[in-house]
Design a binder for this molecule. Structure first.
Ligand SMILES: Cc1cc2nc3c(=O)[nH]c(=O)nc-3n(C[C@H](O)[C@H](O)[C@H](O)COP(=O)(O)OP(=O)(O)OC[C@H]3O[C@@H](n4cnc5c(N)ncnc54)[C@H](O)[C@@H]3O)c2cc1C
Length: 392
């Protein structure tokens, strides 16, 4: 078994790890990434466009606002834009969401990798950390190295260790056991920002239809785009509502209420319908996708050929109610709720249990809504830890 040592060992080579390796000053960083390449998840973000932050992101968008606040205050969204500008990324803003100017997530990864190398960091791929043990003033990591010739195990000494292993969203696996073994509390991961499963009857025939609307679930109200699926609801609006399920505010059996005309009151919708001549089909097809028009009529207890009952149709337009059955699993989630309990970390993301150990990104029990919140957390948490660990 080979024995080596490094200064700061970062476990993981994703968004938070790469940002940390760019931000830390006066230290030698080694990233251990178990996949054959670093930053793979970044390439899938924002449908391949990478919504790297949102100008309106605030602590209220997260499950633990008080924990997130000082970290975000020290590195707010505009600081993320400046950070990326500083390492060569041009950005563009669309409805408050920040994307690379190229609209290619690969641009974000490319500048991070280049800046990481420039800052002297080394990235070791095919390197899965399987154990972290405190030893003297530092740590010893057990690393399973895998390449074309097979696997071998190495022990690596480090002065500091930063856990940046993310969550099982899409990948299905996590590495929290590394820090749980050191005494950290862990909240089990559950999918968040994930499509919702609903009763099939309410979405019958609507698979693939997109609509801008408002949606309510367990006291939460969001506006945006819903994408109907054969199993329920997807699209940004549904993903944001799913955070209520992940945080235990909503559960199977609750009602999801869609409002297809949020700009108008129910009586204004009824007046509009009453003012129009014709059958339900003619009245509704002027405003909605034909398949949605059919389903609204069904919900109002009418057929497309009936004369519209203005009050019943208005009610169906403003209160289209579906029964929540749950969410899809981690393989379909953008983010997981759960992770290392934030109780065990200070505002610089230093462990209060194991001196010299830090955690950043989604490995911590911090999850945000859509709109760049989760990458903003990755950058801001990396900044906090890098500030604490920099020298000179
Ligand atoms: C499809 C999709 C779209 C998304 N879109 C957006 C978006 O547009 N905007 C936004 O803000 N957020 C988005 N997110 C969420 C965002 O990508 C994550 O919150 C963010 O990547 C978390 O960064 P991280 O560094 O903590 O973890 P990750 O980026 O997941 O990186 C963790 C890394 O650690 C490695 N690792 C794990 N265990 C070990 C181990 N034991 N040893 C070595 N390496 C290990 C993993 O292989 C991985 O590369 C999206 C997520 C998905 C899945």
């Amino acid at each position: 078994m080979k024995k080596t040592s490094c200064d700061i060992a970062v476990i993981g080579g994703g968004a938070a790890a790469l940002a940390f390796s760019v931000m830390v000053k006066g230290r030698k960083v080694t990233l251990f990434e178990k996949a054959p390449r670093a930053g793979k998840k970044l390439l899938a973000t924002g449908n391949g466009r990478c919504n790297l932050t949102g100008l309106g992101v605030s602590p209220a968008d997260y499950n633990v606002p008080d924990f997130v606040r000082p970290v975000l205050d020290a590195f707010p969204p505009f600081a993320a834009v400046e950070f990326f500008r500083g390492i060569g990324l041009l950005t563009r803003v669309s409805s408050g969401r920040v994307y690379p100017y190229s609209e290619c997530a690969s641009s974000v990864l490319d500048v991070l990798l280049a800046a990481s190398r420039e800052n002297g960091a080394e990235t070791v791929t095919g390197a899965e950390v399987t154990e972290v043990r405190p030893a003297g003033d530092g740590f010893v990591l057990t690393v399973r190295m895998t390449d074309g010739e097979g696997s071998r195990t190495e022990k690596v000494g480090a002065n500091n260790v930063v856990l940046a292993t993310g969550s099982p969203a899409t990948s299905g696996s996590d590495s929290l056991a590394l820090f749980a073994a050191l005494g950290h509390k862990v909240r089990p991961f559950v999918p968040s920002l994930v499509p919702l499963k609903t009763d099939r009857e309410s979405v019958k025939g609507l698979g693939g239809v997109r609509v801008k609307c408002a949606a309510m679930l367990a006291g939460r109200r969001e506006e945006g785009e819903i994408l109907f699926r054969d199993y329920g609801l997807s699209g940004i609006l549904a993903l944001d509502l799913s955070a209520a399920v992940a945080r235990g505010e909503a559960a199977a059996g609750d009602s999801v209420v869609l409002d297809f005309m949020p700009e108008l009151t129910e009586s204004e919708v009824a007046t509009w319908i009453a003012s129009r001549d014709g059958d339900v089909e003619r009245v509704l097809r002027g405003a909605f996708h034909s398949r949605l028009a059919e389903r609204i009529a069904w919900r109002a207890g009418l057929t497309l050929r009936d004369i519209p009952d203005a009050a019943a149709v208005a009610r169906a337009v403003k209160h289209y109610t579906l029964t929540l059955e749950g969410t899809l699993d981690a393989s379909q989630a953008q983010v997981m709720s759960g992770g290392l309990s934030t109780e065990c970390f200070d505002a610089q993301l230093a462990s209060c249990i194991v001196p010299g150990a830090y955690a950043v990104g989604e490995a911590l029990d911090v999850d945000g809504l859509c709109g760049g919140c989760n990458l903003q957390w990755a950058w801001a948490s990396a900044y906090a830890a890098a500030g604490a660990l920099s020298r000179g």
